[in-house]
Design a protein around this ligand. Structure first.
Ligand code: SF4
Length: 444
């Protein structure tokens, strides 16, 4: 079980020496309690206290990094079972599988797709994370060749999928320094694979169908000196994956089985409906999702779902408040008030740009709340609008004093007029209706 800051504090040296980087032992204890500091930062801890506090203050799911450099992917370090309890921190890495039995051109086209795919959504660039190479040729040198190809100029994180230590050794000889995920150790090969993972400093996946066997295998690999482990529960069905993944996350969060405190992996291609398997993996705790080459629609669906699930529910994605010119507006262009909830902004932007109507989008700071929520919660107020008009110099940009407000903000129209001196026009509720509204209603 997690410990409270004061309970942690009782085990610290209480000298306030600051060697940990915090001004007092209590400040350090408070950071430890929320998983934002590592117990190793205090050099003066007794061995017994170090072991005790390490067990209760480290993230219940270990952070594991695959790959190196800019495109490396870090997964795990999660603290809760349900997203609404806090947030999920590290989105799963989606790695696209190729086979070393495929011709080079086919491998290259998948690698290029992974390298070049970018989905722009609510101000973020969403990408696929890497390539998984499956050993099917039975030729270790061919496996190594395809692993080299799949590295895509050595920038993409890799997963090496093979049971044969000889094939993995050949692949690691060419790509080991890029920190690929070795996938996967089993009861039969774990000693050889753990030795390879240790030698190359790579993360290692372990595979067993039973959670108790999985924990035992992870424990053996950890004891062999492999710190970064990924758990593959090898489910026989999607329902099985959801059940096992939930049990494993519960055991990790509750710290009832430390050997299960690692990220999970799922092979979405092993199921009839890969899209459903990807969704299950995103929703139910997968850290690595191995997928077959996907259609653009499936890629977009997967990346969008992942973005949604791994957005902090208490901090909506926001745009910077201010005044945004669209379609080169002049001094008679309409000024359209809205909020800084990203989805609202980007939805409006799409419709307005497509309409080619020159206008100013005037974004008030509602702390990322949508219009309806901001009005109901008192975040969008006449005072905010009046202050924002002054702060952003809205009046300096146009010759008129007309402000179009969202339909859902209609109850504030009179108050905004009184507070700002601007005449308020109540626009439509739906962003899709705004261009039509401006064409018929906007007159200066
Ligand atoms: S290094 Fe240890 S003893 Fe020194 S202030 Fe930090 S927690 Fe206290």
């Amino acid at each position: 079980m997690a410990m409270k800051a004061l309970d942690i504090y009782k085990h610290l040296p209480k000298t306030n020496c600051k060697k940990c980087g915090y001004p007092t032992c209590l400040a350090f204890a408070m950071k430890l309690a929320v998983g934002k500091a590592d117990v190793e930062a205090c050099p003066d801890l007794e061995a017994e206290a170090r072991t005790l506090l390490g067990g209760v203050t480290r993230p219940p799911v270990r952070l594991v990094t695959i790959g190196t450099g800019e495109r490396s992917v870090a997964v795990g370090e999660e603290f809760v079972l349900f997203r609404h309890e806090k947030t999920f921190y590290h989105p799963p890495g989606i790695v696209v599988q190729v086979s070393d039995a495929w011709p080079d051109d086919e491998v290259r086209s998948v690698v290029e797709m992974v390298e070049e795919t970018v989905v722009h959504r609510v101000g973020q660039d969403l990408v696929l994370n890497g390539v998984a190479v499956k050993y099917e040729s039975n030729l270790p040198e061919r496996f190594a060749e395809v692993v080299t190809l799949a590295g895509g100029g050595n920038s993409l994180p890799l997963a090496l999928i093979a049971d044969d230590p000889g094939a993995l050794e050949a692949a690691l000889a060419v790509a080991g320094h890029y920190r690929p995920l070795i996938h996967a150790a089993t009861e039969e090969n774990h000693e050889a694979l753990a030795a390879l993972a240790k030698r190359y400093g790579c993360p290692l996946a372990v595979r067993a169908a039973d959670p108790a066997e999985l924990a035992a295998l992870a424990g053996k690999c950890a004891d062999a000196g492999v710190p970064d482990i990924v758990l593959d529960p090898a489910p026989s069905s999607l329902a099985g994956f959801v059940a096992i993944a939930t049990d494993i996350r519960k055991a990790a969060i509750g710290r009832t089985e430390p050997a299960l405190g690692y990220p999970l992996s799922i092979d979405a291609g092993a199921f009839g409906d890969a899209d459903a398997a990807i969704a299950a993996g995103i929703l139910k705790y997968a850290g690595i999702i191995v997928v077959p080459p996907l259609s653009p629609a499936s890629v977009e669906a997967a990346l969008t779902l992942r973005q949604n699930i791994y957005t902090d529910p208490q901090k909506p994605i926001q745009v910077t408040p201010g005044i945004y010119p669209i379609n080169e507006p002049g001094r008679n262009a309409p000024v359209l008030l809205t909020v800084n909830f990203s989805l609202t902004y980007f939805t409006l932007l799409g419709y307005l740009e497509a309409s080619r109507i020159p206008c100013y989008l005037f974004i008030a700071d509602t702390e990322g709340l949508s219009v309806l929520t901001a009005v109901a919660g008192g975040k969008l107020t006449e005072t905010l609008v009046a202050d924002s008009i002054k702060e952003f110099g809205v009046g300096d940009l146009v010759d008129h004093r007309l402000l179009v407000i969202p339909g859902y903000a209609a109850p504030l129209s009179g108050k905004i007029e009184d507070a700002t001196g601007w005449k308020v026009l109540v626009g439509p509720r739906d962003a899709a209706d705004l261009p039509g509204y401006l064409e018929t209603e906007w007159k200066t």
